[in-house]
Design a protein around this ligand. Structure first.
Ligand code: CP
Length: 318
């Protein structure tokens, strides 16, 4: 693996290798000394043109736990504000000796452009490009599902499990990444959203599509329920073009206490964050014992350590 750009490119074997490596990394994080020498002398650049809390900080923690040097670049306050291009920005950072570049950008395809343009020689990790892909989010989601529902066994996929992904699928790179990764790993994926939030071409994806959360709860034995953030910043008019009102959306697609109570006992509730509490998920559901939202964030460190390790070192975990 030279870059990590999309889960659509990952074979089952590659995906399981990353999850298994993340499992080894997670074990090292239970030690008193959580730092590994594996990437000593390497430099990782976090190149963020869009806001982030979880992804940026966990890539930074992951790189530091592997003893890499880290350069954090945020477009806000940089020469990007003066009009500097992606190419010039990336080449400037490459000149400082980067081995790996973790990029988040509002443009779909930005990570692939950086990886294939020949502008830089670093390995590229896509940390979210427009509405296209967010592969490490899907990998940490799969890691979390496997731990809870398959015992976290090395070599295991997600065969036989059903994952429902609920909400703003249209604008969600998390949903797109999960559709491909979860199905590659053997899970059945059900998309639950209003017809206005179904992406063009989704009828060709390997998924079922349902237009009411109650219908999904009645029709499927759901093992993991993944709620998506309504991305109001990507909608004009506060969502008015996509659903009549926030209250109407919550009534049909929101996860509240009564819907939570209808799920099978073992079902886990997921959300990639940040959450709109009271819109797609109630505080009762978000904070319930079945919610693994905070655990997802923690698992992001092990998964990102695994990805950086496999791209930049390629040796056995010490
Ligand atoms: N899930 C996720 O990508 O969160 P951030 O935007 O905070 O990185």
């Amino acid at each position: 693996m030279r870059h990590l750009l999309s889960t659509k490119d990952l074979s089952r074997e590659d995906a399981i290798l990353i999850l298994d490596t993340a499992g080894e990394m997670a074990k090292t994080q239970e030690r008193e000394n959580r730092k590994l020498p594996t990437l000593r002398g390497k430099t990782v650049v976090n190149l963020f043109f869009e806001d982030s809390t979880r992804t940026r900080t966990s890539f930074e923690v992951a790189a530091k736990r592997l003893s890499a040097d880290v350069i954090n670049f945020s477009a806000k306050g940089s020469s990007v504000a003066k009009g500097e291009s992606l190419k010039d920005t990336a080449q400037t950072l490459q000149a400082m000796g980067s081995d790996g570049v973790v990029i988040r950008h509002s443009a779909s395809g930005a990570a692939a452009r950086l990886a294939t343009s020949g502008w830089i020689s670093s390995a590229v990790v896509n940390a979210g490009d427009g509405t296209h892909q967010h592969p490490t989010q899907a990998l940490l989601d799969a890691f979390t599902i496997r731990r809870h529902l398959k015992g976290g066994e090395a070599g295991e996929g997600l065969d036989g499990l059903t994952v429902a992904i609920v909400g703003d699928v249209l604008h969600s790179r998390v949903a797109r990444s999960n559709v491909w990764l979860l199905t590659t790993l053997g899970a059945k994926v059900v998309l639950v959203c209003p017809p206005t939030l179904v992406p063009i071409g989704a009828e060709t994806w390997p998924v079922d599509i349902v237009h009411s959360l109650d219908a999904a709860l009645n029709g499927y034995a759901i093992d993991a329920l993944m709620m998506l953030r309504i991305q109001l910043e990507r909608m004009t008019g506060g969502g008015a073009a996509f659903f009549p009102s926030p209250a109407e959306y919550t009534r049909l697609f929101g996860l509240d206490g009564s819907r939570l109570a209808r799920l099978p006992q073992h079902t886990i509730v997921m959300h990639p964050g940040p959450m709109n509490r009271g819109l797609e998920i109630s505080a009762e559901a978000a904070d319930s014992p079945r919610s693994v939202v905070v655990e997802q964030v923690g698992n992001g460190i092990a998964v990102r350590m695994a990805v950086l390790y496999l791209l930049l070192a390629g040796e056995e975990v010490a």
